[in-house]
Design a protein around this ligand. Structure first.
Ligand code: ADP
Length: 267
């Protein structure tokens, strides 16, 4: 606690009282620590690929360029590390947009089935490449939500690509859209490596990863889930992740409010 004092003095100099302001700075300190940790993480994540790019390029300049197959392998690494940096910067820009441009949502009445279908179409090939079994069930009826189409699609893409990334070849991935009373649930379930219980409470934090090396190897930035959560919450929805045990797979449930057609007709 931080205390500040100010006397209240009347015109005839009589001390009438003292105002004491007690400020709880734990929240402030917590935020400040989070900010420092974030900057440290960003620097580290950018530095790692840069170091690799530099050392591979130097080795090429030192003569490795003469050995054609070796040079090609080195250059492939340079390209993939540059791609990683691009993805990281894109995710960071997206987070910064979410942080500072809260008002700039392009929300419209849309059918969530279409968004899920689009996302599935975009990622079906990656799942097929891993010979994963990919099922999706959408609702028979249209499900109207008031949402920013591109951003909700981004959420589904982030979750679905995680399911593909963290599930072995020939694994199972299911996507379901279920309409409840006044909300819709999008459930994405895999039978992949799962998430240990101890990591679940922190899994939506920026840069939090169960296995940093594995995530990097899979091309992850550690920002996908935190971006997803921020977008869903800006739509008055919620996102939950369940994973009973390691190797038992992971289920992500996104809940979004539906447009109340009756109220809409009345208004
Ligand atoms: P990343 O870019 O590392 O995938 P995310 O923010 O999308 O970052 O996810 C954070 C971490 O959560 C991942 O590194 C991974 O450890 C874990 N994770 C997310 N989705 C799954 C999943 N479907 N199965 C297993 N682990 C997952």
């Amino acid at each position: 606690l931080r205390a500040k004092y100010a006397p209240i003095i009347r015109e005839d100099d009589y001390l009438e009282g003292i105002v004491v302001l007690l400020q709880d700075i734990t929240e402030y300190e917590k935020l400040e620590n989070m900010r420092k940790e974030f900057v440290a993480n960003v620097s580290h994540e950018l530095k790692t690929p840069l170091t690799t790019i530099k050392s591979y390029t130097e080795t090429l300049l030192d003569g490795a360029i003469e050995d054609k197959p070796l040079a090609k392998r080195f250059l492939d690494v340079v390209v993939s590390e540059s791609d990683r940096m691009t993805r990281l910067v894109q995710d960071l820009l997206q987070l910064s947009n979410l942080d500072y441009k809260q008002g700039k949502w392009n929300k419209k009445e849309i059918d969530i089935n279409d968004i899920v279908k689009n996302a599935v179409l975009k990622l079906e090939v990656s799942a097929k490449n891993k010979r994963q079994h990919f099922n999706y069930t959408i609702c028979d009826d249209t499900v109207h939500v008031f949402a920013d189409k591109d951003r909700i699609e981004q959420v589904i893409l982030n979750i679905l690509s995680n399911a593909i990334k963290y599930t072995a070849e020939e694994g199972q991935i299911e996507v379901q859209v279920e309409l409840k009373n006044n909300f819709v649930q999008i459930i994405i379930k895999d039978n992949g490596i799962g998430i240990p219980k101890k990591d679940l409470p922190r899994i939506f934090e920026r840069f939090y990863r169960v296995d940093k090396a594995r995530s990097r190897e899979m091309g992850g930035t550690g920002l996908g889930l935190s971006i997803a959560k921020q977008i869903v919450e800006a739509h008055e929805g919620s996102i939950k992740i369940f994973s009973e045990e390691e190797k038992q797979g992971t289920t992500v449930m996104i809940t979004l409010p539906t447009v109340d057609e009756e109220n809409l007709a009345l208004s």
